[in-house]
Design a protein around this ligand. Sequence first.
Ligand code: DAH
Length: 335
Amino acid sequence: MSATVSLQQLTEQLEQLEAQAAADIAAASSASELEDLRVGLLGKKGRLSGVLGAMGKLPGDERPLVGQRANVLKEQVQGLLSERLNAVKSAAMAERIARETLDVTMPASYTPVGRRHPLISTIEEIVDIFAGLGYRVEEGPEIESDFYNFTALNIPPHHPARDMQDTFYLRDHGLLRTHTSPVQIRHLENNAPPVRIVAPGRVYRRDAVDATHSPVFHQVEVLAIDEGLDFSHLRGTVTSFLQQFFGDLPVRFRASYFPFTEPSAEVDVQWRGRWLEVMGCGMVDPAVLEGMGIDSERYSGFAAGLGVERFCMVRHGIDDIRRLFTSDLRFLEQF
Ligand code: DAH
């Protein structure tokens, strides 16, 4: 184009540019708009570059005047841009804060924390102690046959436990196991000695419900078969278990009778000034071992059946067994 560019023209252009820039920046309302303005004004192909390009056509002594003016303008524009950018950002933040009001008086959403039922944690604790003594955990079915629940355990047909009063018989065949002792038989059927197992589970009896009776309750069966086991091993194991579970509660062994053990004993702990039976136990009757094809001259063993509800009640100071079965959250939330 023409070479007729004067100092005055360029200075005017710069002044216009400055005025226009100030107005545009003041009108911009977002960071991206401001960025577009910055590129349009100060970028490589921006308007300032255009003016500076024309500067080469001025006489040498006038160029620095335009150059200085352009630098001042550039700084001014940059200052305006960053000022406006800050203003735009804080406006956006203020708008967001106003939009996202947080109502601290709103009720929290209720997410109850689940916990283990005290009977379950009692079973876990019992099993853990025996696991520490090298016992494996076994389980058996709650629907049993007469054979496993009675016959194989040396319980004769006239035994009171078989009575319709005590056992829930199922319509066609089978019954609800009255104790966890059938797991002894099931395990011995498939495993040769040495044997060390604990078998926790639910058992059923036709008992009327009261503070100490429930038709469904829990036992943990213990069985150890090995060479050379005698009553002192039974006593030592039971005593050490009780010591671990209850600490220093007084304990006594009482002679008793179970068809599948000989001799048999019941174990009581002293609680609230009274003796409370917590398990039956004894040396496995040789007839039971022989019935399982185990040489009773070579092997002997001991067994025990622990009443889980009793352990749980003593541990937690619960005096009515029904509390353990009524699913009252006010009660259960205490554990
Ligand atoms: N099964 C017995 C019951 O339910 C308890 C019991 C007694 C289990 C002596 C045993 C035992 O293993 O040796 O009354």
